[in-house]
Design a protein around this ligand. Sequence first.
Ligand code: FES
Length: 189
Amino acid sequence: MTDVYPTRRTFLKLTAAAGAASVIAGPGRAGAQTATDPAKASDLLLHQDGPNQGKPVKASELKVGTAVWAVAVDPKTKKPRDATKGGVVLVKLASGKIQASSKPNAAGDIVAYSSVCTHQGCPAKEIGSIGQGTGNIICTCHGSIYDPADNATVLGGPAPKRLPALPIKLDGGGQVVAKAGFTGRIGPK
Ligand code: FES
């Protein structure tokens, strides 16, 4: 289980609120947020929910076998990069588990992917247990399974493609920040 597990309703409320923020920000801003690559280098990753909601994700908080749900935000404005595409799932892998496909985008044993399921867009941010492959990213809407150690390749369920990775690094304070934008198109299409 993850230490953060918002319901589908919570997710929809979050995305609706972020959508409202993008409207307020004006058409230029909204246009940028609907780009296929909404996150940028140096973006902050803030907790989407839980007791640390709105605070930066720190490497020291991540525990092997759990996931953190975050959102990429503009470091200057602190606004989400995208109304519905900014979600990020961070996973700390067990030592030695990371595969070559994930290493270029990882910060040590920490990997980050879009949390928008490539099936129908639900949050893919749960960590599987028995029957789902311990430590894999699960979308609980229809059971898609992604392997965080192997560049989020699909292990099961209806998802047609892997989750795009978000290349990450640690800043001087141990906070997780984006090293570049997502490696692929986000969501179902
Ligand atoms: S939306 Fe994720 S499995 Fe269907």
